[in-house]
Design a protein. Structure first.
Length: 252
């Protein structure tokens, strides 16, 4: 299947490690230039070097996605550095947690981060002949996971906003979709921490994975890369679940 990503220009937020880095790597391996951001300069430098070894142009910048002005400036700088923009992947998240601070973090980073990024990127994306936006949501938005928390509700908000944007931006030639990963295990990730600190919770989640294992970051990246590509040219307003059968609801 030809993805036609060679020469495309992509922005991926929170891409110094884990799913974000895997997405940037996958796009780079298909020949797309990539711009990445993250809060940690150390991790960002390592990711930048890794992506350069894949033979594409790379732009990186330390950005706190919760800072709207800084995020907008990064999107503008990325589009200028790459010479345009075809793909935007909003991956940043405030993570799980409880209380007012967690609500604010998930609003500022997950929801407003995605909304502001799209707003800032729309002029450049409108100039593309194959523009695509992908929000990284979560299966926590789809099913009760045992604890009502801000992360779940605001990941659901991302899916709704992506669906609305798909309708609003379609006439500008911009497709908008979301991807909802289930439990994804990678070194230094949340599930490694849970496995070490709360093994009962880890084992219970593992037991819910129909395929008998948790997912890998590259498996999520493959789904995102497909949605961002011309192979998915008729897909917009969709939420692609990538979870190995973790969720059990029937969706129509």
């Amino acid at each position: 299947m030809e993805l036609n990503l060679a020469g495309k220009k992509a922005v991926v937020t929170a891409a110094s490690r884990g799913i974000g880095l895997a997405i940037a790597q996958s796009l780079a391996d298909e020949g797309a230039s990539v711009a990445i951001c993250a809060r940690s300069e150390g991790g960002l430098e390592s990711a930048h070097k890794d992506l350069e070894t894949r033979g594409v142009q790379v732009f990186s910048q330390s950005v706190d996605v919760a800072d709207g002005d800084a995020l907008r400036a990064f999107i503008g700088a990325a589009a200028e550095a790459l010479g345009g923009l075809d793909i935007l992947v909003c991956n940043a998240s405030g993570g799980s947690g409880m209380g007012d601070a967690a609500w604010q973090a998930n609003l500022d980073i997950d929801v407003l981060g995605a909304a502001r990024a799209v707003e800032a990127a729309t002029p450049a994306l409108s100039e593309s002949d194959a523009a695509s936006v992908v929000f990284i949501s979560s299966t926590a938005a789809l099913e009760y996971l045992g604890v009502p928390q801000p992360y779940n509700a605001l990941k659901a908000a991302m899916i709704t906003h992506a669906s609305d944007l798909a309708q609003a931006l379609a006439r500008s030639g911009i497709r908008v979709n979301s991807v909802s990963p289930g439990p994804i295990y990678f070194e230094g990730g949340n599930w490694e921490m849970i496995k070490n600190a709360m093994p009962a919770i880890y084992e219970n989640a593992l037991a819910q994975c129909a395929i008998g294992r948790m997912g890998r970051a590259d498996e999520v990246a493959n789904a995102v890369t497909f949605l961002a590509s011309s192979a998915a040219s008729l897909i917009t307003g969709a939420n692609l679940v990538v979870d190995g059968g973790f969720t059990k609801r029937v969706g129509y």
